[in-house]
Write a new protein. Structure first.
Length: 332
């Protein structure tokens, strides 16, 4: 099996801050901050920001959170339409738990240019889904999730689903993934991805008991193996009788290859080195965007870089681009 390690720069835009979500998943970073607010940049401001992002060598954006569909739809439209207006950028992707999607808000985003969407599954059946997400609290079932996934596919979106491997009450059974994959394929899903859980503070005490090594389930798909193509996240398996592609995640860069990250001693929480993050922030007179070189929050904010919103409104492209370049250098 060939595993592709692309030289990729992905910017994850927290259109809804991480602490703003209608779910409370057990493994979520769920960092809350009084300074982070909903994405509210105008179309012009998005255009300026993305021009700087492109100059830094980044050509791919993901809209994430928190739950992105808690963000006002016009703000999402501004960002999506701005991305779609830049030559050389991949179509943007939204990552969502899909509990708040409707035909109306999806139509508005498709009109703005949305083509791709990722749905976080959280579980592989009703029991695991509710145990991990507290979905019963928000009255949204696993069956309803599958219904919304089918809706997204029927509306013409390229749908990818993601599952974080989590051993709920020591009941994880890799064989249960096969019926899930067949169901997702029937719903029109194009890709299924999975990843290991990260050792976040809220589960640190019992991390070993719930952790599942992603490599442990690869044998399950071995008879479907094919090699990855250039530019893909990793190798993939495909059922020769179906359409669904299963993305095999590549391992994060080993800490010894990155002296800055090694000195931080956070390798057990590493989420790889191909993406950075940006969130809208406001605190007193401090108004702008905070870029984070990795998704770890440190007390000393060693991996955070601030861009005043005034720089964007005043078209100070060189200033903004230099900050973004510094962000990329942090983990590369």
């Amino acid at each position: 099996m060939d595993v592709i390690m692309p030289d990729r720069k992905l910017l994850r835009v927290f259109v809804a801050p991480e602490g703003i979500c209608n779910y409370d998943c057990l493994y979520c970073m769920n960092e809350k901050s009084n300074t982070e607010i909903m994405w509210d940049l105008s179309r012009h401001e998005c255009d300026v920001l993305l021009a700087c992002v492109k100059m830094s060598g980044c050509t791919e954006l993901m809209l994430t959170g928190g739950e992105p569909f808690l963000c006002p739809v016009p703000a999402l439209q501004n960002l999506i339409s701005a991305v779609c207006g830049i030559e050389g950028f991949k179509p943007p992707r939204i990552t969502t738990n899909a509990s708040l999607v409707t035909a109306e808000n999806i139509t508005a985003l498709i009109d703005a240019g949305l083509q791709r969407i990722s749905v976080s599954l959280h579980g592989y059946d009703t029991e695991t889904y509710e145990a991990i997400t507290s979905a019963s609290r928000v009255h949204f079932s696993f069956d309803a999730l599958l219904g919304n996934i089918r809706l997204l596919a029927n509306m013409g979106l390229d749908v990818k689903t993601d599952l974080c491997l989590y051993n709920v009450n020591n009941t994880f059974d890799a064989e249960k993934l096969l019926p899930l994959l067949m169901c997702l394929e029937d719903c029109g899903v194009a890709e299924f991805g999975y990843n290991r859980m990260h050792n976040v503070p809220r589960i640190e005490a019992h991390f070993d008991s719930v952790y599942i090594d992603e490599a442990s389930i690869q044998d399950l798909f071995s008879k479907w193996i094919r090699h990855g193509r250039d530019g893909e996240l990793g190798a993939f398996f495909r059922n020769p009788n179906g359409r669904l592609k299963v993305i095999i995640p590549y391992s994060p860069v080993k800490p010894e290859l990155n002296q800055r990250c090694l000195s931080n001693q956070c390798e057990t929480r590493c989420q790889g080195n191909y993406s950075s993050y940006v969130v809208r922030t406001r605190e007193g007179e401090r108004d702008g965007l905070t870029f984070r070189a990795c998704n770890r929050v440190f007390d000393d904010k060693r991996n955070e870089y601030f861009v005043p919103i005034a720089w964007i409104r005043e078209n100070k492209l060189d200033h903004v681009t230099e900050v973004i370049n510094t962000v990329w250098r942090y983990t590369r």
